[in-house]
Design a protein around this ligand. Sequence first.
Ligand code: ZN
Ligand code: ZN
Length: 652
Amino acid sequence: MYHLGTEGFPEWQEFAGKKPHGRSLLIQFPAQRNSTEQTLLLRQRDVKQGWQVQLNGRRLGSLVAQETALVHALAVPAGALQDGTNSLAIMPPTAVDDILVGDLRLFSTGRSETLAQATLELRATTTDAPGTLPCRFTIVDATGALAALQPGTTNQTEFTVRPGVIYTRDGTARVGLLPGKYTVFASRGFEYSVATQTVTVASAETKAVALSIRRTVPTHGWVAADTHIHTLTRSKHGDATEEERMLTIAGEGIELAVATDHNHHADYTEAAQRTRTSDHFTAVIGNEVTTKAGHFNAFPILASSPVADFSITNWSDLLKGIRATPGVQVVTLNHPRDLHSGFIPLGPTNFNPVSGAALRGQDFSFDGLEVITSGAMQSDIMLLFQDWFALLNHGHRPTALGSSDTHDVSRFILGQGRTYVKCPDSNVAALDVAEACRSLREGRALVSFGLLTDLLVNERFGAGDLAVRGRRGITAVVTVLGPAWVQADRVELFANGRKVAEQRIAPTHKTIKARVTFRLPPQPHDVHLVSIASGPGVTAPFWETPRPYQPSSKTFTPRVLGATNPVWVDVDGDGTFTPARRYAERLVKKHGMTAAKLFPALAGFDQAVAAQAASLCQAAGKDLRALEYAHAMRTAAPAVQRGWMSYAGTVR
Ligand SMILES: [Zn+2]
Ligand SMILES: [Zn+2]
């Protein structure tokens, strides 16, 4: 294997201090002119960008832009080889990308013949439900790399194939591959167990592999939603056709699938019928309104409605236009820390991450905020949760969402990030979309990225509820669920965005990872409570935790996570939830902005209220580091010190 990259510019810590073989790879070898197609096989790992493969100066193809280790099979067309010395080159992209590539093998047979030397007949079943079982098969070779596969049929309505991955409508698939020893996994997303079998298959041999999986994570009354889904057919990038997308939705156990192609209203109904997957999910027409000032999802959308104007960059006009699209009930802000068209929606010029304020007067009235986008992860998995907490403390009420934003069949897994929405789920083929959207808007939803965390406050209030009786103390019971192949090691409880309790949990293969009771002392004022459980990332190839999309760090620590939406605790008993900013406004109005009066008044409030008070003073022209405040800070309550300083740290 060769390490290719740019010396001195390692993409990841694991490559730091290592001298790459070079930026490109050039291999010379003797051969004879080929009159028929031959096949080049290679192994690759950590490929993110576009690397070209050239033979004798002509383009043969590209490496697969996928970071997982895999075997890639390229066809070598007739006449591409020449008599005598031949040169094979692997050429770099302009962006920094450290890769491993090697184990190059040339076969004198054509691609499909080479990969049809041996055959596997795969079958997955479940005892849980009658009928067919859409699922995913993952096949890795003895080195752990995703195997090069040849589909037994090219009918994309039955199953679809990528390196080492098959999605099938009915749990059966027939694939050709090189003779050898393989491990086969059958899986169906977060709620299902995984079955594994090792198989050795010889040349000209066909072997049957039968696997049985079970639904293990109970999600009764919660609908598995992916609110951010693309296809190559409609978005013109990625690699999943509309038919293939249906197989991945059904194969990963997503029950509410929102089509969100870029500035396009895709209706999956016909594709679901063509692939006979319509029994397994409810398809919703949506749109990723893709602008130069951020990406917003809107759904549901009535068929044949005009597409919202995506040339608008002023958010209030833009949101008005999006909401005017017939049918729309939910508008979400997508991947809010990603850079697109030179714009980061919640970047430092647009947003204060402590106060939650819009710095350019933008309209923050979207209903949902993606805190987990599995196809575009952050280096710091908590970053977007902190942004979201700041928005909540400012008085906004977006529901936290998990989604996949996948454009591919397998590079990023559909439904890896997902949202569980409170909604009757006895017939997943005909879900009440209006009810699901209402639940989403009301925050009756749980964010899932490998774990499912639920929160019960004072014995009866769940996510989205307004809870009472906080004055006598709060009991928060957190339940963490997950399949046997995921572990959790930590449960945290946040009040107004500040961590107030944490418990380590021991790894277990059981479905219930933890049930933890946190008891909080009586609260002085309203707080929103959110619980987040997390654990080590999944490295197994059927659900590998993806690397960050635009990394801010060279170290990657994969984690899984499950988060609740807030339980709103009405401590002051006025029948509504009062956000930190409202308390701060009242205090500033009553006591003014002098430290001598404001700081003692803030003493009975939490850090979030102090941060909001600081932002109000700063907005009124006060210098937060003035002697007056610095002096008063010394005797202020610790929560006031923390809140004031955290906000002061964001202004120059
Ligand atoms: Zn987007
Ligand atoms: Zn997208």
